[in-house]
Design a protein around this ligand. Sequence first.
Ligand SMILES: Cc1cc2nc3c(=O)[nH]c(=O)nc-3n(C[C@H](O)[C@H](O)[C@H](O)COP(=O)(O)O)c2cc1C
Length: 181
Amino acid sequence: MSKSKIELDPNQYIVSKTDTKGIITYVNDYFMKISGYTQSEMIGQPHNIIRHPDMPRVMFKLLWKNISAGKDMHAVIKNRAKNGKYYWVFTAFDIHYDKDNNIDGYTAYRRGVNNRTIKKIGKLYSKLLEIEEQEGTKASEKYLKKFLDKKDMSYDQYVWSLISHNKSSSKFFAKMKKLFG
Ligand SMILES: Cc1cc2nc3c(=O)[nH]c(=O)nc-3n(C[C@H](O)[C@H](O)[C@H](O)COP(=O)(O)O)c2cc1C
């Protein structure tokens, strides 16, 4: 199985939607192209089918804690394609509500990130994974909290600080919401 990196097209975006449990309900064409899965292989599946084993569990714990509480969330995630190759993405999560104001699904908008960001966040994730393997998720959660406290930032703020060189990001997400939201 190949372990090489997939380079993303800076003009293309990876979009998926899920229900409240993370079951995939929609994928765009570029997601199918990059992941190597067909639409029928993805719709109805849990979103962890693209989970990369290098991703620490604590990041998904944080992700679900935020989005299920209706909080804004942005994350840098390493994903795995069907052929074993990997790709890194900056992801913004959008939360959808039904007419009674209950959460009824989520959308994720993703774009590529540069090597500088990958290097920085990759170092943090490796450390978190190492701690998780040795001492469990509680310990990695503690490390992450300390890491962010030292920077006086939330994870969301940290992620934005890493990608802030990309001024078009906020414009991009407004556009994506209009197209897919
Ligand atoms: C809208 C949405 C998009 C998601 N996108 C990804 C993704 O790109 N990669 C990923 O590994 N997990 C993603 N997740 C999180 C997965 O649902 C899952 O929590 C994660 O893969 C870890 O797997 P686990 O919860 O079975 O441990 C997403 C969740 C939601 C709600």
